[in-house]
Design a protein around this ligand. Structure first.
Ligand SMILES: Cc1ncc(COP(=O)(O)O)c(C=O)c1O
Length: 439
């Protein structure tokens, strides 16, 4: 997120459930869980108790000397939530590290098989995978790449999988086939013997403004990857760990990847935690040939973060919050659609679960974006913020520069009245920004 009013940021002093408070006492409803991270809101007593209990024992069980209860428990929980599809879980401290770990695991896998020419990655247009050099290299987010161009990996990009903005001349019925064929041709062009992995977000987050894959897309690219012995990496850092109403978005799409990345909501945003998950087929040659994954860090599997993750996942299951996210998410999207129905500038309202994107356009029929200089999404974000609602504005989803979207991603345990407050304040913020732009 580019941020707004960055030099005049309010000082946050306290949180309570879906609300945070600044030093002046002003209250903000966290309608986007910060950057889609605070899955259970703030100051949750059970999460804080678990962290405190862990830290009162020891600082961190250094992964290369010890195992810990928290690490083992969370490993089991994550594997179980993914239906037993993955064999190993490597914990880390962020989404970028989870992606970095995924890219490196793909390379290590082919190295272990003696296929040292398989070094290249294919990413997608309008994607975001993180700020480390590897993760940034596979991302197509112009504003965030610009300063580093020339030092990034040589990555090939295929089209975004966006039903609202398909490639020119491609009908919605043809979209999935077109995109799968495009990936197939990209691999053929590079030479399948040189391609290690294809990385994508099953539901695009910040770079697209919540863009779920078209029906059948994930299964189709799964087949293309399998055909060419190319690994499929699903980046579920933003859309995973329950945010879409299924624990993993890939599960909903009916195509599980070889490697998956999660982070953000995994430990509710209380302590940084991410993870790279890989199947037994990926793990086996690596462990046989090299004995270990070569992607660890000092704080890999940080004990207090894993303890937070265990309790976050326990609360989500105990309180049946994924069911809530599914049911109330569909209703929330409908309510946002309804309240914004009178605005010609609302081009699309989309998403799944508590991961909803609103795209604003200056010509709805032509889907023409507002000029980037208008900074409309940031303006909406700033006006909502002023009014006590945190949402997540994103820019550049159309062509890297133009395009305005706003993401809504509330905590899974937000109350009905909090969801209503999100809808009304969001509409107020959009109305205010648009009337300003018309003036
Ligand atoms: C899909 C996706 N992948 C990776 C990242 C990077 O995660 P982090 O900011 O925790 O490093 C993000 C962050 O927004 C993301 O949305």
């Amino acid at each position: 997120m580019s941020g707004f009013g960055i030099h005049r940021l309010p000082r946050i002093v306290r949180g309570q459930g879906s609300y945070v408070f600044d030093a002046t006492g002003k209250r903000y409803l966290d309608g986007s869980g910060g950057p889609a991270a605070f899955s259970l809101g703030h100051a949750h007593p059970e999460i804080n108790a678990a962290i405190n209990e862990q830290l009162s024992g020891f600082a961190h069980g250094y992964r290369y000397l010890f195992t810990t209860d928290a690490l083992e428990q969370l490993t089991l929980v994550v594997k179980e939530r993914c239906g037993g599809h993955f064999q190993d879980v490597i914990f880390c401290g962020s989404g970028s590290e989870a992606v970095e770990g995924a890219l490196k695991t793909a390379l290590q896998y082919f190295a272990a098989r003696g296929l040292m020419r398989k070094r290249r990655f294919i990413g997608r247009r309008r994607s975001w995978h993180g700020n480390t050099l590897g993760a940034l290299s596979v991302s197509d987010f112009q504003e965030r790449r610009e300063a580093f161009e020339g030092s990034l990996l040589d990555v090939a990009f295929v089209s975004a999988a966006n039903a609202y903005r398909p490639p020119p001349g491609v009908s919605s019925g043809e979209l999935t086939r077109y995109l799968a064929d495009e990936l197939d041709q990209a691999i053929e062009r590079l030479g399948p013997e040189t391609v290690a992995a294809f990385i994508f977000e099953p539901i695009v987050g910040a770079a697209g403004g919540v863009v779920p894959a078209p029906e059948g897309y994930c299964r189709a690219v799964r087949e293309v990857c399998r055909k060419h012995d190319v690994l499929m990496i699903a980046d579920e850092v933003m859309c995973g760990a329950g945010r879409s109403g299924a624990w993993s978005a890939s599960e909903h799409d009916g195509a599980m990847p070889d490697i998956m990345c999660i982070a953000k909501g995994l430990a509710g945003g209380y302590i940084p935690l991410g993870a790279t998950l890989m199947t037994a087929d990926i793990a086996a040659p690596i462990l046989e040939q090299h004995g270990a994954y070569q992607t660890g860090h000092t704080f890999t599997g940080h004990t207090a973060a894993c303890a937070a993750g265990v309790v976050v996942q326990r609360v989500i299951a105990r309180d049946r919050l994924l069911e809530r996210v599914r049911i109330h998410g569909a209703r929330l999207k409908e309510q946002i659609r309804e309240i914004l129905a009178g605005f010609d500038e609302v081009g699309d309202v989309r998403g799944r679960g508590y991961f909803i994107g609103i795209e604003l356009v200056c010509d709805r029929a032509r889907k023409t974006p507002f000029p980037s200089q208008r900074r409309l999404s940031l303006d909406v974000g700033a006006r909502c913020f002023e009014d006590g609602l945190i949402c997540y504005p994103c820019s550049g989803n159309v062509d890297g520069t133009n395009g305005d979207t706003v993401i809504v991603a509330p905590p899974y345990n937000a109350s009905d009245s909090e969801l209503e407050e999100i809808v009304s304040k969001l509409a107020r913020g959009i109305r205010s920004a648009l009337s300003h732009s018309a003036a």
